[in-house]
Design a protein around this ligand. Sequence first.
Ligand code: DGL
Length: 358
Amino acid sequence: MLYQKSAQKMFALLGFLCLIASAQAADPKLANITILATGGTIAGTGATSTTTVGYTAATVGVQSLIQAVPEMAKVANVSGEQVFQIASENMSNEHWLTLAKRVNTLLAQKDVHGIVITHGTDTLEETAYFLNLVVKSRKPVVLVGSMRPSTAISADGPINLYNAVSLAASPEAAGRGVLVAMSDQIHAGRDVSKSNTTMVDTFRTPELGMLGYFQGGKPFFYRQVTRKHTVETEFDVSALNALPNVEVSLAHANVGGVAVDAFVAAGAKGIVHAGVGNGSLPAKTRPSLAAARAKGVIIVRASRVGQGILARNGEANDDELDYVVADTLSPQKARILLMLALTKTNNTKDIQRMFYTY
Ligand code: DGL
């Protein structure tokens, strides 16, 4: 009698395990997509279903995010890894290096066809651009977040996540650089930015334009990027455990050189001047920037305005000052390219070439 009972239990357990295995059995017709979870609002929870601000980011684990969207199993074989669990205002250079190395390791595997990264929206555009420069694969890498926590009425996370997995599983997403899937839109990691503090459709590429739409969970492309990315770049972080310290100094009326002087004293190797207008250099800031350059700090002129080409030798004589201009990169993205540039060279002509290339 006792034997029969234990046998029954064993078979029941075996049956259960087979059930799980069959439920998770990969469909060979579908792409294998790995979701790397880093935290953010998409993993956030609020006190009530109407809490859309004042919630806690980075509380829900990757398996819960996957289980909340069972429809994803129809478009891809999805697996998940919890790489970090942080609010993205806390994303660091070290987090980026860890994430980039994991992405490159996974994409080197034949059985991984694409990656989705769930991420807080505050620095999502920065992580997307960093990965755009260091991922060494043509396979799709898609960043996704949400503006409402998972507990909110009409939470945008589930549909954003579904779209992101559908995009990563789509063959036409390959070779387009790192992509951002938010609010039924497809954006290029190089050009997208968060444009509103709380709105669901906050991610925009105002003048250069988004790459396409989602409709019915399917991606539709209408543009492609022209700047080099991923396998075309000269940057390799595989052997790096740190990135050069580069800071951003914001210009405004009455600004002086205090921030620049402090950055130099703290050991910055590069400073991005987020200038007013076309990257203008205020008279009270010029001496500090020149002194920084004289100490070997690389200076990049960018603009705080958000759109447009930063003209070389326009508002300042860059040739004479030996400064670099950021082209169309925002100050926060110019910081990323300058950090990576400084892992290769201190030559300003070479660095300027990089800003016109990526
Ligand atoms: N703390 C912000 C972040 O993790 C929340 C914003 C969001 O993820 O949408 O980026």
